[in-house]
Design a protein around this ligand. Structure first.
Ligand SMILES: C=C(O[C@@H]1C=C(C(=O)O)C=C[C@H]1O)C(=O)O
Length: 361
C-alpha cells in the first residue's frame, strides 16, 4: 500500500468517527433547542462560546494546528447556530412595517398559519432570511399605480436570497373612523400621502383637512388612540378589526386596478414554476445589451418584463432585471443561462415561481 493510500485509509477511519461524533453533538444541540424554546432564550450565547473555544483549544497539543482548529471550531459553532435557527424559526415569516400594513396583509394571505415577525426596513427582512432568522420574507415588488420598488431590486442584487413565489394583492383603501362616527363628523383625515392621492376623487369637495402620516396602519392606530369622532384614517379594511374602528366608506381608491405584487423570498432556489427572473449587467462594449437580448430571443424565450437600474457606486453603469416565461428544469433554460454568462459581465438567477396567465385572472 502506498503512503497516499495508507494516509487516505486513516483519514477515512477518522472521518467515520467524526461523522458519528458530529451526529452526537447535533443530538445534544436538539436538546439545547428544546430548552431554549421553552425558556425563550436566544440561540447565541457568547459566554458559552468563549468557554467552548477556550477549553477545546487547550486540547490541541501541536501549536501548528491551533489556527486551523480555531477556524474549524468557529465553523462548527456557526453550523450549530444555523441549524438551531432553521429549526426554531422554520415557520416564521417576516415583513416590513407595522401590523395592518399591506405587507402584513399579504403575509397573512400567503401564509395564514405561520408566525409573523415585523422589521423596520426591507433590508432587515433580507438580512433575517440570510441569517435563518425567518424562513420567508414577504416584500412589495411593484405597484400597478406607482411602479416598481427600486430599493428591492437593489437588495435582490446584493443578497443571497431567491424569489420563490409571487402574490398579487388588490389594494383597497377605506375610510376608517372610531366606533359610532359618521361621514358627517369627520374633519381630519390621516394617511400615507400615496393613499390620500389614490383616494382623491372620493375626498374632493368634502372639506376634510388631509394630514400625511408615515403609513396607513399607523394612521389607523393613531385615530383609534385619539378616540375622536372628527378624525378618520385611510387604510386597508383589516385595520378596522385590528384597531377597533368602523368602516365609514369602502373602496374609496380611484383606480380599481390598484394591485401590488409581492415577492416571497427564501434562502433556497425552488426550481418549479412557469416563470423565472434574473439580473444581469451588460459588458462595457458597444451592442452588449443587444447581444444579451438576442441570446434570450434566439432560444425562443418570451421576455415578460425588463427593468433597468443604475449600479450604486458606478456612475452611468446599469443592471437589468428580466422576467422570462419558462421552467428552470428545462434544459433549454440551462443552455440560456450558460450563454447569458458568456455575453454578460454578471448574471444572477433570482428564482422561479408560478405566474397565472392573464386569461385566468
Ligand atoms: C449549543 C448552544 O448554542 C450556541 C452554539 C454553541 C455550540 O454549538 O457549542 C454554543 C453556544 C451558543 O451560541 C448552546 O447554547 O449551548
Amino acid at each position: 500500500m502506498s503512503l497516499l493510500d495508507d494516509a487516505r485509509k486513516r483519514i477515512n477511519e477518522v472521518d467515520a468517527q467524526m461523522a458519528d461524533l458530529f451526529e452526537q453533538r447535533m443530538q445534544a444541540v436538539e436538546d439545547v433547542i428544546r430548552y431554549k424554546v421553552e425558556h425563550q432564550m436566544d440561540v447565541l450565547d457568547t459566554g458559552r462560546e468563549k468557554d467552548v473555544l477556550k477549553r477545546n483549544m487547550g486540547l490541541i497539543k501541536q501549536d501548528k494546528y491551533k489556527d486551523s482548529y480555531l477556524a474549524f471550531m468557529e465553523d462548527m459553532l456557526k453550523i450549530s447556530k444555523d441549524y438551531q435557527k432553521s429549526v426554531i424559526y422554520h415557520d416564521t415569516v417576516g415583513y416590513q412595517g407595522v401590523q395592518g400594513a399591506f405587507s402584513h396583509i399579504a403575509s397573512e394571505k400567503v401564509f395564514p398559519y405561520r408566525k409573523k415577525r415585523n422589521f423596520a426596513s426591507f433590508e432587515d427582512v433580507f438580512q433575517a432570511v440570510c441569517q435563518n432568522e425567518i424562513a420567508y420574507g414577504v416584500i412589495p415588488f411593484e405597484n400597478s399605480f406607482t411602479g416598481e420598488v427600486g430599493e428591492v431590486l437593489d437588495l435582490l442584487l446584493r443578497y443571497d436570497v431567491y424569489i420563490q413565489q409571487i402574490y398579487d394583492l388588490k389594494i383597497s383603501q377605506n375610510l376608517l373612523g372610531v366606533k359610532g362616527a359618521t361621514l358627517q363628523d369627520i374633519k381630519q383625515v390621516y394617511s400615507k400621502d400615496q393613499a390620500i392621492y389614490q383616494s382623491k376623487q372620493f375626498l374632493e369637495g368634502r372639506g376634510y383637512e388631509l394630514i400625511p402620516y408615515p403609513n396607513t396602519a399607523l394612521a389607523a392606530e393613531y385615530v383609534a388612540k385619539q378616540n375622536d369622532k372628527t378624525k378618520a384614517a385611510i387604510a386597508a379594511k383589516e385595520n378596522a378589526e385590528l384597531y377597533g374602528l368602523d368602516i365609514l366608506a369602502e373602496d374609496i381608491n380611484t383606480s380599481e386596478q390598484n394591485t401590488t405584487r409581492f415577492i416571497i423570498i427564501g434562502k433556497k432556489l425552488v426550481k418549479e414554476g412557469n416563470r423565472f427572473s434574473m439580473i444581469f449587467t451588460a459588458k462595457h462594449e458597444a451592442g452588449a445589451l443587444v447581444k444579451a437580448m438576442e441570446v434570450i430571443s434566439k432560444h425562443g424565450f418570451n421576455m415578460e418584463s425588463i427593468k433597468s437600474r443604475s449600479i450604486k457606486n458606478k456612475p452611468w453603469a446599469y443592471y437589468f432585471y428580466v422576467e422570462i416565461d419558462g421552467n428552470l428544469q428545462d434544459t433549454k433554460v440551462v443552455e440560456l443561462l450558460m450563454e447569458m454568462n458568456e455575453v454578460c459581465e454578471d448574471v444572477k438567477l433570482l428564482g422561479a415561481y408560478t405566474k397565472e396567465s392573464r386569461d385566468e385572472k
